[in-house]
Write a protein that binds this ligand. Structure first.
Ligand SMILES: [Zn+2]
Length: 102
């Protein structure tokens, strides 16, 4: 059951963040606002993170096989690492862009 809950949460996250991404990208294009553009990047990061989480949750719950005799449970910390790297890169880029525009 926890796997199904995690998968459902990832699907809902992808759908909701994709809608937000489309709205913010449209608003960003119309307004030429740096703030809305940074929010667009934030939503893009959320969509990518949700996709990574979905893939890694599926992978983490696979049964042990010949190549991975202890199972695939370490996929979840790998997902957390990837998502944190996405977030750090996004935060750095938004800070850099903001300082340039000052
Ligand atoms: Zn394997």
């Amino acid at each position: 059951m926890p796997r199904q809950v995690a998968m459902r949460a990832a699907f809902v996250g992808i759908a909701a963040n994709s809608c937000l991404l489309a709205l913010k990208a449209t608003a960003s294009g119309l307004s030429d606002s740096l703030t809305i553009f940074s929010e667009t990047l934030n939503s893009l990061s959320d969509v990518l993170s949700a996709v990574v989480i979905l893939l890694c949750v599926r992978w983490a719950w696979m049964q042990a096989d010949w190549n991975h005799p202890f199972g695939h449970r370490r996929a979840e910390p790998i997902a957390a690492l990837i998502v944190s790297i996405f977030t750090a890169i996004l935060g750095f880029e938004v800070c850099r862009s903001t300082v340039i525009h000052l």
